[in-house]
Structures are given as C-alpha cells and as structure tokens.
Write a protein that binds this ligand. Structure first.
Ligand code: HDD
Length: 682
C-alpha cells in the first residue's frame, strides 16, 4: 500500500473492520450457520432423561467453551492494550531510511500493549515489577515492533540466562507462592549470584516499578539498535517514549492496598482515559551515536545493563504517539497480538547485544505454542497493512487461500514470482557489519563492570526517592526466609552505597557491611529522577467528600476543576442525590464503601451542614489515608472543621479555603505537585 497520509493512518482500523462481527440484533445460529431454536435445554430422552449425543448444538457449544483458553504468555501475561497513531515531527532521513520516519506530519497506526512481567494473567496490576511497553507500528513497509519496558536496562546481559532469571522470579515451584512478586528467596538468591542485575535492581526497587498509570511512565527499547540511511551509513540508536503527563508513581503501601481495592486499577485507568478523550500521549525520542564513537564511552554501548546518560547523549524528540481507541475485544486483540523485536523495516537493524540476539529467537518460538501454530501472522491484529506474499503454506488454522500451483522459489511456471525486491524497491538487506572473531562461549571484558551505573542511578535520586529504595529493599529482603540470602544481597549492594546497605541490613536483621568495594562514581544524571519530571494537574482524579446541605459553591468549584482537565468525583455516604444548602442537587458517584482514598490522586473535603457522625468517621479515614500517602488534600466549609479536628502532624500539601478562586489556584498547584514528600506523617 503506498497510499496518502490519511489512508495510511486509518489503514489498520479499516482492515480490522473486515473481521468485526456485530452480533446484536441478529438471529442465533450454530457455527455452521444453522438457526438455533433452543439454547436453554439440551436434547434429552424424556423430560427427566439423559442428554443425547445427537444434540449437535450442545456438543458444539460445549466443545468450543472447553477450548476457550490458550496458554498465557510465559512472561508479561497480565497486559492491556490500545490502538493509536504515531505522528512524526521531524524527518530522520539523515539517520534512517525507514519510511515511517521520513516525512514530518506522516501518521502510522500503532497498537500498544502494556504489561507486568511476573504475574499470571489475573494478577493484581500494582505489583512491584517492570512494566512491558510493546508497540507495533503498522508501516507501509511491514510491521515494526518496538518491544520495550518502562526501565531502560535489563537484569542480565546474555539471553541464555533468561530462563534462569524467570524461573527465579516466578512463584517458587514447590508451593507456587508468591504470586506477582519479587519478594521471595529464589529471586534474591538469583540477584546475589548474578550480579550483572545490580543496575536493574536499583530501578526495580525505585518508584519506577510502581507507576501511577500506564499513561505516566516512560518506555525504552533498552537495546542498542542500528539506524541505516539511504547511503548505507549506520548509527547506533536507543529509543525512548516520554509521556507528556510526566513520570509518576504511587507509594508502596498504596500499591499493596490498590491490589485489593481494584486489581484492575491500571487497565481501568487506561480504558476510561481513552473512553473520555484523555488520550495518553508519549513522545518518541532517539539517542544516536555514530559508528566512529562506538568506543569513546567508559562503558560498552552494547551492554543492556547500561544507559546512555541523557546529559551525555541527548534524547532527540522526533514524534508523538497518541492512544485514542480501545480494543473491541480483549482476547482477539490484546491476547492474540504477537510482538517480536525481530520485526524490523528497512533502515532499522540489530546490534550484537547478546540479549537482543537471543530475543530474536524466543519470540516466534513462544507464539508457536501460545497461538497454536505458524499462522499467527494471519490473525487480524497481527496482519501488516501492506500486502504480503511468499511461498509459506498450510499449517494449523491457515486462512489465506493461496491460488495457483506454484509455492516454491525459483520457478518458471509463475514467472519466478513472488519476486524479490532490490534495495531500491524496499528489499530488506542486513547491515554488512564486519565480524572477525573466534567462536567462544564468553562474556566480553567490556561487560564486566556491574556497579558503575547502579551507583550513577543512586547518585541521581532525590532524598525521598532514596528513602523509597531503602524501604523497598527492606520489604523485599524482609520477605526472604533465608538469612543467608538477605546477607548476600546486602553485601552486594554495599558496592553501590554503604549507607543504603547498612540501613537495609539493620532492617532485615543481618550483619552490616563496613566497606564499599564498589566503583567510586561521583556522576549523577538528573534525567533519572522523577523529581525533575513534568508536573501538571491534567487528568488527575479528585475525590470530593460531600454530604447533605453542602455549600452552594461546591458545584461551582467542581465545575472549575473539570474545566482545567481534572476529574472530580463525588464520594458520600449513600448513592443517589444529595441536596445543597440552596436546593441544588449533586449525584453521589461513589460511596465510602465503593470508593477509597487509594483510588484517587487527591481529595477535597467539603462535607455539608447535615452530615452524620458516620460521615465524619468515614471522611476521616479517607483523609488519613491520603495524608500518609503524601497526597494533596483540599478542604472548604465543613471540611475545614474536620481537618482541624484531626490535628494532622503537618500541613504540607493541605490547602484550606472557602473563597472559590483563591482556593482553586492553590489547590490546582498542589494537585500538579502530585505528592508532598516533605510532609511529616507521624
Ligand atoms: Fe521479552 C514478552 C520486553 C528480554 C522472551 N518481552 C515480552 C513483552 C515485552 C518484553 C514488553 C510482552 C509483549 C506483549 O505485550 O505481548 N523482553 C522485553 C525486554 C527485554 C526482554 C524489554 C530486554 C531488553 N524477553 C527477553 C529475553 C527473552 C524474552 C532475553 C528470551 C530470550 N519476552 C520473551 C518471550 C515473550 C516476551 C518469552 C513472552 C510472550 C511473548 O514473548 O510474546 O518470548
């Protein structure tokens, strides 16, 4: 397809329309198209007799049901996805010939699946875990998949260790405990004995591993890839997704509670944001290093446990992805989508990163078992939007009807078609990197420094972020039963920072290390700290705690909050309508039973003149929770009395006021701040 811009942007949606079935208002039939007259009672020999084999409708319905499940992904089983488009800001012609990166303003349809790594398909979404961030670009030259994570480095350097890593992190095999958690002995035993994981562990213990929303996390291609331009010149490249809402997280206590209050918190947030038009946006950035600079850094640029500090290699923003459509059917799209880091287009190629090289095998292999055969590329969600022709044939579930008798290359019966494409015609050619070496089972010496970037990360954290990391280590190791494992990990991280290791040691009852044998790194990278992220109030959810005879300004303030793009939600004692002092009505959207402070970014307490003691008790619980989670709290009218009565130990992030415009100005500033780490909570 070599269509115009608009056609390309809509091409995936149009293609999917051919496969959509609209069942509503239709007659029920069997899968053979036979109209069904009864779907409640099976065919029996007598009213109270046994069901008969000849009831083909029963057999078909039951058989299909019995086979509804497919194996979940061996990792990243719990995920959620959406459609969208990628728009290019600036041509990348200088670096790559990839067609979708040539013309500013061009739009490419995308499908993005976010996921946790460790848990099963039904697990809670607020696990402390890496998040998958996989994007399929349906380009006119074929599908390009950027299969990344929200953390820019990985646990291991060579793919051959991936099964070991995953065996260690998954629930322990003798009792299948714990679900969706790294806080257990086998994982930390792996870490201590595979110290290349040090840098990634620092990220996993940081707030990055408990994101507030899929909409508020970065994405990274992790590996170093290659760009190749029309002239055959190559560049090393790393990919970044930067959310326009900034990078934000929840606190660990909140994450654990959220898993109970709403284990679907992240998917619901994504789904509802798209439904209400708060489309998630991420800018695409690239870091580029020319081939001649391959060896100028003090780390190996192919090592997937290293970052390219943004201050040294700036991230060039080249386009924006907007997610603007939810799927129609989660199984058909989200579950059956098959990503593969090896799905590339001309102008994008691999490097010798041994982790990437191994991934190139694993993804097709896993789809074969998960999707039941080699034809998964024919599933609607996986089909490229450009035509595809080759001599591959048959296999389970084959849908394409290849016409003609020729299914081999070369041939004369079909004029030697499907024919090959020259480079000029868009034929893919692998970059001709010169390789000179012996076949060895080895790790390059340049991959052997495991701690410098872990220290760089630690140095870059703000004080509150450092505290959270210490708490996370203390929680995780605290859940390990083997003292020896706890001791090994503490000793390992004394190579990063002695105080970190000592404080964790104290918390988990092992000996405090006394020497830091790690690298002496003074450098920091401000881009790594969430303190320096974008802060704005947009799309934030505010619980408005409101009761009978509320102040007449409450609806006015709520309207103003809506107008600036936040989502105020009324929370009260009972569902239904309540009356204000001037007779105005407000509908209570959630009760103290169905809502909870952890489900909101902020709370606004207004109460009412006729609220019960019970209201005050429930509101006090909300306020206390929001307070210990460092959230902005606003209060007006009777709400102010309640806050004063509670006598909280700090007023950081607490905005009180009755005059709407002054109150709003301060409160909105507080909401943008997201959390008040300087709040004393005890
Ligand atoms: Fe992987 C899935 C990301 C290393 C083997 N991986 C998977 C998904 C993401 C990543 C986002 C879910 C895709 C989806 O939503 O369907 N994986 C990564 C990143 C890695 C990484 C960023 C390191 C930089 N993975 C990695 C290695 C191997 C695998 C080293 C094996 C050699 N990954 C798989 C897999 C999965 C997978 C087993 C499971 C389901 C699937 O592929 O489709 O093949």
């Amino acid at each position: 397809m070599r269509g115009n811009k608009k056609e390309l942007a809509d091409s995936k949606d149009k293609q999917l329309e051919n496969y959509r079935a609209h069942d509503e208002g239709k007659k029920m039939t069997t899968n053979q198209g036979l109209r069904v007259s009864e779907d409640e009672f099976s065919l029996k020999a007598g009213e109270r007799g046994p069901t008969l084999m000849e009831d083909f409708h029963f057999r078909e319905k039951m058989t299909h049901f019995d086979h509804e499940r497919i194996p979940e992904r061996v990792v990243h089983a719990r995920g959620y996805a959406a459609h969208g488009e990628f728009e290019l800001y600036e041509s990348m012609k200088k670096y790559t010939k990839a067609k979708f990166l040539q013309e500013p303003g061009s739009k490419t349809p995308v499908f993005v699946r976010f996921s946790t790594v460790v848990g099963s398909r039904g697990s809670g979404e607020l696990a402390r875990d890496v998040r998958g961030f996989a994007t399929k670009f349906y380009t006119e030259e074929g599908n390009y998949d950027l299969v990344g994570n929200n953390i820019p480095v990985f646990f291991i350097q060579d793919a051959v260790k991936f099964p070991d890593l995953i065996h260690a992190v998954k629930p322990e095999p003798h009792n299948e405990i714990p679900q969706a958690a790294t806080a257990h002995d086998t994982f930390w035993d792996f870490v201590a004995n595979n110290q290349e994981s040090a840098h990634m562990i620092m990220w996993a213990m940081s707030d990055r591993a408990i994101p507030r929303s899929f909409r508020m996390m970065e994405g990274f291609g992790v590996h170093t890839f290659r760009f190749i331009n029309e002239d055959g010149e190559a560049f090393f490249v790393k990919f970044h997704w930067k959310p326009t809402l900034g990078v934000h997280s929840v606190v660990w206590d909140e994450a654990q509670k959220l898993n109970g209050k709403n284990p679907d918190f992240h998917r619901q947030d994504l789904y509802e944001s798209i439904e209400c038009g708060d489309y998630p946006e991420y800018e695409l950035g690239v870091q580029i290093i020319s081939e001649k600079d391959e060896f100028v850094f003090d780390f190996d640029i192919l090592d997937p446990t290293k970052i390219w500090p943004e201050e040294d290699v700036p991230v060039k923003i080249i386009g924006k992805m907007t997610l603007n459509r939810n799927v129609d059917n989660v199984f058909a799209e989200t579950e059956q989508v098959a990503f593969h880091p090896g799905n590339v287009v001309p102008g994008i190629d691999f490097t010798n990163d041994p982790l990437l090289q191994g991934r190139l095998f694993s993804y097709t292999d896993t789809q074969l078992i998960r999707l039941g055969g080699p034809n998964f590329h024919e599933l609607p969600i996986n089909r490229p939007v450009c035509p595809f022709h080759n001599n591959q044939r048959d296999g389970y579930g084959r849908q394409t009807i290849n016409v003609g008798r020729v299914s081999y290359h070369k041939n004369s019966l079909a004029n030697n078609t499907p024919s090959l494409s020259s480079v000029d015609e868009g034929g893919y050619t692998h970059y001709q990197e010169k390789i000179d070496g012996r076949k060895v089972v080895a790790r390059s010496d340049s991959f052997k420094d495991h701690f410098s970037h872990a220290v760089l990360f630690w140095n870059s954290m703000s004080e509150p972020e450092k505290e959270h990391i210490i708490e996370a280590f203390s929680f995780e190791l605290g859940m390990c039963k083997e003292k020896n494992v706890r001791q090994q990990v503490v000793d390992m991280f004394s190579n990063v920072d002695l105080e970190l290791a000592q404080r964790v040691a104290k918390n988990v009852g092992v000996q405090q290390p006394v020497i830091n044998r790690g690298p002496k790194v003074k450098k920091s990278s401000p881009a790594l700290s969430q303190e320096n992220t974008v802060k704005k109030p947009d799309t934030r959810k505010i619980a408005v705690l409101v009761g009978e005879r509320f102040n007449k300004n409450v609806p006015v303030i709520m309207e103003a909050l809506k107008n600036i793009g936040t989502h105020p939600v009324t929370v009260g004692e009972k569902q239904g309508f309540i009356k204000g002092e001037n007779g105005d009505e407000l509908e209570v959207a959630q009760t103290f039973l169905t809502g909870d402070s952890v489900l909101f970014d902020s709370i606004y307490v207004v109460g009412g003149e006729d609220t019960s003691h019970q209201f005050f008790e429930s509101a006090a619980y909300f306020i206390n929770e929001a307070f210990i989670h460092y959230k902005p709290i606003g209060a007006s009218y009777q709400g102010r009395e309640l806050i004063e009565y509670l006598n909280l130990p700090s007023n950081a992030g607490i905005v009180m006021g009755d005059a709407p415009s002054e109150f709003l100005e301060e409160f909105i500033k507080a909401i943008s701040e997201h959390r008040f780490w300087n709040r004393k909570t005890y």
